[in-house]
Design a binder for this molecule. Structure first.
Ligand SMILES: [Zn+2]
Ligand SMILES: [Zn+2]
Length: 347
C-alpha cells in the first residue's frame, strides 16, 4: 500500500477542548496548566486497515493520562494482522533452520531463534542450567492454552524451566481490544516514562522494588497501534522470562501472543503496513497511544535522525512532532510519551 500522508499543520498554540467532535478543526478553550504546547497534527483514523477493526472507528470523550478530557478515536481491533502471517515462534528440533523459529533480542541485537540458537543457550547466556531440548534434540515447547497461561506470566512455574513458550493465536479468538487515542495530541511539559522501560528506549529492565512487569500491557498501557490494529507493547519482561529459564520468542514480524491480550509487537521489523513519505523521510507505521505518529527508524537513504529527544521524537514542518521507533533488537519502540496518553481496555 502506498498512500501519501498529509497532516494538517498549525503554527498556532492550540488548547484542547472537551467538547469538539470535529477532528478537522482547530479546537480552542479550556486552559490547562499542563498543555500549552504547539500541536501540529491530528490522528487520521482512515489510515487504519479495515480488516483489523472489530467495529467502525468512532469518536468519544475520554480522560487522558494528565486529566485532560479530550475527544478520542475509539478503535476496537481483533489484534489479528491482515497483511502478514503470525508465527512461527519456537523451533521444534535443534536441527531446525531459521524458517522454523522466530526472534529473540539480547543486548540490542535481534537473533534468529533457530535450532542452533536453542542448542547454544548455555554458552550464549554462560549458564549451564539452560538445556531446552532432549536427547533427540527435540525442543521442549509449550503446547496448550494451560501451559501458555502458566508460563507467560510473571511467576513462571518451575515446571516450565527450559521450555520455549509460545501461545497460539487460536487460544485467544474471542477477545477484542479497544484503544482510545486523542484525536489531537496534547503535548506534555514533562514526558511520561514507560514503566519497565528506560529513557532512550533501552527497555526490558524491571523497576526496582516494584511489582513484576506483566506481559501484554499489564501496567495498563500500550505504546501504540500499528495500522493493522495490533498494538506495540511495552518492553517484554525479558529478565523475568530468562530468570525462569524460559524463552518467549517473537515471530519474524516482532510479535507473539499473550493469553490475555492476544497478538502484540515488541519490535518493529518492517513487516506491517507503512505509509511512505514523499520527501524521503522514513515511512509511518502507526500511532502512539498519545496520538503522535510513529515512523520507522531510517529515512529512505538509510540515515537515522540525529536530533531525537529522549522520547525518540522530533519535529519537522511536514509531520509536526513524531517518533522514530528504536532498533528492533532493543525490546522497545520509544523512550517516553511526549503527549498525554489515551487508554486501552480488553473486552
Ligand atoms: Zn509480549
Ligand atoms: Zn522524523
Amino acid at each position: 500500500m502506498k498512500q501519501v500522508l498529509t497532516l494538517a499543520i498549525s503554527s498556532l498554540f492550540i488548547l484542547i477542548s472537551g467538547n469538539s467532535c470535529n477532528s478537522d478543526e482547530s479546537v480552542t478553550t479550556e486552559e490547562n496548566e499542563t498543555n500549552t504546547e504547539v500541536v501540529s497534527g491530528t490522528v487520521d483514523a482512515s489510515l487504519f486497515l479495515e480488516d483489523g477493526l472489530a467495529e467502525p472507528i468512532t469518536m468519544v470523550e475520554k480522560t487522558l493520562s494528565d486529566g485532560t478530557i479530550a475527544m478520542c478515536y475509539k478503535i476496537t481491533t481483533t489484534s489479528t494482522p491482515s497483511e502478514h502471517q503470525m508465527g512461527p515462534w519456537c523451533p521444534t528440533n535443534i536441527s531446525d533452520g531459521a524458517d522454523k523459529g522466530g526472534k529473540w533480542f539480547e543486548n540490542g541485537e535481534l537473533y534468529d531463534v533457530d535450532g542452533a540458537f536453542i542448542e547454544n543457550m548455555a554458552d550464549f547466556y554462560a549458564d549451564a542450567t539452560w538445556k531446552m531440548y532432549d536427547e533427540n534434540g527435540d525442543i521442549y515447547v509449550t503446547n496448550s492454552l494451560e501451559d501458555c497461561q502458566n508460563a507467560a506470566n510473571p511467576n513462571v512455574g518451575e515446571e516450565y524451566k527450559n521450555f520455549c513458550v509460545e501461545c497460539q493465536p487460536s487460544y485467544v479468538t474471542d477477545i477484542t481490544l479497544t484503544y482510545y487515542i486523542p484525536v489531537t495530541p496534547v503535548k506534555l511539559d514533562t514526558p511520561i516514562y514507560i514503566s519497565n522501560g528506560a529513557p532512550g528506549g533501552n527497555g526490558g529492565t524491571p523497576p526496582e522494588g516494584g511489582p513484576p512487569p506483566e506481559e501484554g500491557g499489564g501496567d495498563n498501557t500500550v505504546i501504540g497501534l500499528a495500522f493493522n490494529g495490533v498494538n506495540f507493547d511495552p518492553p517484554a519482561p525479558t529478565a523475568n522470562i530468562l530468570g525462569a529459564y524460559t524463552l518467549a520468542p517473537m515471530d519474524d514480524n516482532g510479535g507473539h501472543v499473550n493469553p490475555n491480550t492476544g497478538y502484540h509487537y515488541h519490535a518493529a521489523t518492517g513487516m506491517t503496513a507503512q505509509i511512505s513519505q514523499e520527501d524521503g523521510h522514513s515511512a509511518m507505521i502507526g500511532y502512539a497511544i498519545d496520538g503522535f505518529p510513529l515512523f520507522e527508524l531510517l529515512d529512505e537513504d538509510g540515515t537515522e535522525p540525529t536530533d531525537l529527544d529522549e522520547c525518540r521524537g522530533h519535529t519537522d514542518d511536514i509531520r509536526g512532532y513524531h517518533y522514530h521507533v528504536a532498533p528492533a533488537g532493543t525490546n522497545s519502540f520509544i523512550g517516553c510519551f511526549a503527549g498525554a496518553q489515551g487508554t486501552f481496555e480488553v473486552n
